[in-house]
Design a protein around this ligand. Structure first.
Ligand SMILES: [Cu+2]
Length: 126
């Protein structure tokens, strides 16, 4: 192998590692903070994905997810909670609240409008 081939192999391995990390890397779950009035609140930054992308809440209590969209990429301009029948436009560089009350425990995925970016709402039994 000459130098170019070695570099191509290294780049390939790095790309594969990056993809594996992206899909299987450890995600950090964040538990909602309970604000005044009992609303479970989490701030989520939208920038090439959702951060945090796993949010843990309790069943049967109102939830407010404050999405701050820190980019103009068209991919993230909408957020969709299919299980809750909710779709919201996220204006760039603004915070948009998504409010819902999960009535049953389980894991509920939210996505961007194109179903590319993903996050997960984990609802624990009350
Ligand atoms: Cu998208």
């Amino acid at each position: 192998m000459d130098t170019t081939e070695i570099l191509v192999v290294i780049a390939g391995v790095a790309a594969i590692a990056g993809v594996l990390w992206y899909f299987f890397g450890e995600r950090k779950a964040v538990a909602a903070q309970v604000a005044d009035g009992g609303v479970q609140e989490v701030k989520i930054t939208v920038k090439g994905g959702y951060s945090p992308d796993v949010v843990v809440v309790k069943q049967g209590r109102p939830v407010r997810l404050d999405f701050y969209r820190d980019e103009t990429s068209s991919c993230s301009e909408q957020v969709v909670f299919g299980d809750f029948g909710i779709a919201r436009d996220l204006p760039a560089f603004k915070t948009t609240a998504v409010e819902l009350t999960p009535q049953r425990p389980g894991e509920f995925t939210w996505t961007c409008g194109m179903n590319m970016l993903r996050g997960k709402l984990v609802v624990e039994p009350a």
